[in-house]
Design a protein around this ligand. Sequence first.
Ligand SMILES: Cc1cc2nc3c(=O)[nH]c(=O)nc-3n(C[C@H](O)[C@H](O)[C@H](O)COP(=O)(O)O)c2cc1C
Length: 365
Amino acid sequence: MPSLFDPIELGAIKAPNRILMAPMTRARGTRGHVPTPMMIDYYAQRASAGLIISEAIGINQLGLGWPHATGLWSPEQVAGWRKITDAVHQNGGRIIAQLWQMGRVVHPSFLDGGKPVSASATTAPNHAHTYSGKQPYEEARALTIDEIADVVQQFRQAARNAIEAGFDGVQLHAANGYLIDQFLRNSSNLRDDAYGGSIANRVRFLRETTQAVVDTIGADRTGVRLSPNGETQGVKDSDPLPVFTAAAEAMSQIGIAHLELREPPINGTFGVGDMAPLARELRGAFKGPLILNSDFDSARAQAELDQGTGDAVAFGRPFIANPDFVRRVAEGIELASDDPATWFTQGPEGYIDYPAATARQAKSA
Ligand SMILES: Cc1cc2nc3c(=O)[nH]c(=O)nc-3n(C[C@H](O)[C@H](O)[C@H](O)COP(=O)(O)O)c2cc1C
């Protein structure tokens, strides 16, 4: 069985190790959703990851409702990301763009008061982060069939823009209760047309967006993230295994470069782990490289690789405070801990000021 330090081919991307950086929103963009110079340092510092999956990036304003997150729809945004991807490549790394349409969790304040869109007219629980603090979510309106086709085209255009911005590929964000996930699961998809009801219908939007991106940039540069187990942001399914088996099989048929499963374990430390991960059950449904995520340390990650549950592991929070996480794992160097208070603040603190391990730390490891 492979080691975390063995290389892996994820489609066209040759990752030198299987310790990948999970996508993490860090809110360091401008108010106009353009990348800032400090993001160049942040990503360049982390280039030793087998692959960096970028923070979620909005495909357009309709799909983006996170303060200071960035987008990929304007030339300015593409130019901003180009500087980041260039720096990662100069440091020997690889980076793909996570493409984001948030659906019903876009607060109307991002849309000049307009309504967010979703599979159906539903409202997310809890509160949205907005430029004027936390505000309750408002009801979304259901996309029409014609509008669904428009969103598919918007994903296609964003993928094209990602390649223009120098990314090595993209990952469709189909996890965590955002738009594609809102179509997949039956707590948020109440449609009775070709995009709702049966499992095949609920998977249709994922299949069409993925196919459109694949037709535009190639299957070997396209990956997908799903979150099969448990509830996220009020999105859940009464019987998740058959839904995600069908989704994984559809992705396998399209032949995407990787499938990532974000599955918090029961008693996990990030997100609601209200049921056990389904990765073992889904393993056979997807023939390509399978990436596991949530709450892994290096020992448990290696154990899953040994058992053949997955082919690589994406680590999120460990990369926040350990830009040289891969080396620290390799050499047994003590890990620094991150500070959640600076996850979404706009300054350099808690972002680009976590140092790489010192020679002394390495020596005493
Ligand atoms: C600060 C922060 C931001 C995150 N932003 C995203 C995101 O943009 N897209 C996404 O799919 N997941 C996001 N996540 C979830 C992570 O990708 C990952 O699933 C989670 O941190 C669990 O992995 P870990 O235990 O290795 O940290 C975020 C998590 C954190 C802590």
